[in-house]
Design a binder for this molecule. Structure first.
Ligand code: TMP
Length: 217
C-alpha cells in the first residue's frame, strides 16, 4: 500500500494531553479482538537506543538547542524504522505507532520554527519513505490538553514549553491533516474516552477492511 510494503501502518498524533496513549491501548485491544497481532510501538523510542534517546529528549533538566533536538528525534526514528517498522511492514504486519514523522513537522518545524523543507528532507531520509496509511489526529486545544497534563503531575521538557509553542504545534498538525486529507482523520479529543474510541474505530475500520481484502487477493 505504501513504499512497496505489504503491511498496514497506522499512527496516532496529537498535542499534549490529547489522550493518545489510552487510545493506542484501546485500539490495540480492539485489533487483537479482531484476530490481528499488531506491532504496537512509539516515538521517540520503539528500539533500545531510541528509548535512551527519549530519556534525553524528555528530561526537564536538560537544555537542548532546537537543531540538536530535531536531530535526536530523527536519530531515534532512524533506528526505529530500520530495527522495527520497516521489517514488520515488509513481513506484512500491522504496525500501530504512538507518534511518527508528522510530530517532527508539528513540534520542531512549526513549534520550534525550524526550516520546514529541511525537516521534511530529514524525515524522508530516516523513514526510508515509509508513511502511515492512516494518521489519527486527536485534536485538542492546548489549554485543555495542558490542564490534563498538569493534573497528571510533573511535566516533561516539551510539556513545559509555553502556550504559544503548543498553539503552533496544534496548528502544525491541523495543517498536515488539511493538506493530506486522504491519509489523515481529525478526531475531537475533548470528549469522553469511549466516544473518542468509537470515532477512532470508525476511522480505522474501513482502512483495515480494504487492507484485509487486498491481502486475500
Ligand atoms: P509523547 O507525549 O507522545 O510520549 O511524546 C513525547 C514528546 O515528544 C511529546 O512532547 C511530543 C514530542 N515529540 C517531538 O517534539 N517531536 C517528535 O518527532 C516526536 C515523535 C515527539
Amino acid at each position: 500500500m505504501s513504499a512497496g510494503a505489504a503491511g498496514l501502518f497506522l499512527a496516532f498524533e496529537g498535542p499534549e494531553g490529547s489522550g493518545k496513549s489510552s487510545q493506542v491501548t484501546r485500539l490495540a485491544e480492539r485489533l487483537r479482538s479482531e484476530g490481528l497481532d499488531p506491532l504496537v510501538t512509539r516515538e521517540p523510542g520503539g528500539s533500545p537506543a531510541g528509548e535512551r534517546i527519549r530519556d534525553v529528549l524528555l528530561d526537564p533538566v536538560l537544555r537542548l538547542d532546537p537543531l540538536a533536538e530535531l536531530l535526536l528525534y530523527a536519530a531515534a526514528r532512524s533506528q526505529h524504522v530500520v530495527e522495527r517498522i520497516a521489517p514488520a511492514l515488509a513481513a506484512g504486519a500491522l504496525v500501530l505507532t504512538d507518534r511518527f514523522s508528522a510530530a517532527t513537522v508539528a513540534y520542531q518545524g512549526h513549534g520550534r520554527a525550524l526550516d520546514l523543507s529541511f525537516v521534511h528532507e530529514l524525515n524522508t531520509r530516516v523513514t526510508l519513505g515509509h508513511r502511515p496509511h492512516l494518521t489519527l489526529l486527536l485534536d485538542i486545544a492546548p489549554e485543555v490538553g495542558l490542564a490534563r497534563v498538569a493534573a497528571r503531575g510533573a511535566a516533561d521538557r516539551l510539556e513545559r514549553a509555553d502556550l504559544a509553542f503548543h498553539r503552533r504545534v496544534r496548528a502544525g498538525f491541523l495543517a498536515q491533516a488539511d493538506s493530506d486529507g486522504e491519509r489523515w482523520r481529525v478526531i475531537d479529543a475533548d470528549d469522553d474516552e469511549e466516544r473518542v474510541a468509537a470515532a477512532v474505530w470508525a476511522a480505522v475500520e474501513p482502512v483495515l477492511h480494504a487492507w484485509r481484502q487486498a491481502a486475500r487477493r
